[in-house]
Design a protein around this ligand. Structure first.
Ligand SMILES: [Zn+2]
Length: 219
């Protein structure tokens, strides 16, 4: 842990040189740390931030992987159902259409937003933010997109949707002949890649790179 002295001259420092603890609200001088190190709050021990190696290259690779998985996850069959001789294949998209056509338009819109539209918008925001840093252009748009991304985070609910799929599968298993589709594996992979991306894409490094155009941070 790097040292983060508390002193009386904090008010004379620029805002970018200060950091507040998310847990106990202690305001302190931002600790200077190297790649691979993390900074902890001296009062409560909460991890303030971590500097990751090659954060931009790794995040870009993960965003592109997630975007490649997005189409098969939403448009390939999640399951095949064989009920009384009738076979049906269900995708996330066909689920949304099914809800809409059976009179549940409101729920269809919510499912579409939370499981398809918002996750895609989040990925596109992340992609454009990373490209803005990597190509060193349009940092003001990058900042705007990264702010939008943080607002969208609460609305992407792939994990809730996955739980819904799994629960309905367990219930359907007793009633019909059920087999898993490629779409489900892509959906789970998309979810895992997004969690990995959240862990890799250190917000501290992204904000710094966008605000300061930090040349060292672009690998
Ligand atoms: Zn603290």
């Amino acid at each position: 842990m790097a040292d983060s002295p508390r002193d009386t001259s904090l008010s004379s420092l620029p805002l970018a040189a200060l950091v507040a603890c998310h847990e106990c609200d202690l305001l302190m001088r931002k600790p200077l740390i190297k790649d691979g190190e993390s900074a902890e709050c001296p009062r409560c021990g909460y991890e303030l931030f971590r500097r990751r190696h090659h954060v931009f290259k790794r995040s870009l690779a993960l965003v592109l992987t997630a975007l490649l998985l997005y189409l098969p996850a939403n448009f390939l069959p999640i399951m095949q159902l064989n009920l009384l001789g009738q076979r049906s294949q269900d995708t996330v998209w066909s689920g949304v259409i099914g809800l809409y056509e059976s009179g549940m338009q409101g729920i269809a819109v919510v499912v579409f937003l939370c499981s398809m539209a918002v996750p895609l918008l989040k990925l596109l925001c992340q992609l454009l933010v990373l490209l803005s840093i990597r190509l060193d252009l349009g940092h003001s748009y990058g900042l705007l997109l990264y702010r939008i991304f943080h607002h969208l985070r609460e609305w992407g609910m792939l994990e809730v949707y996955l739980m819904g799929i799994l629960v309905s599968m367990v219930k359907l298993m007793d009633l019909a002949d059920l087999s898993l589709g490629v779409g489900l594996f892509c959906f789970v992979a998309l979810l895992l890649v997004q969690v990995w991306l959240e862990l890799t894409m250190s917000p501290q490094q992204i904000w710094e790179a966008l605000a300061e155009g930090d040349a060292h941070a672009r690998d």
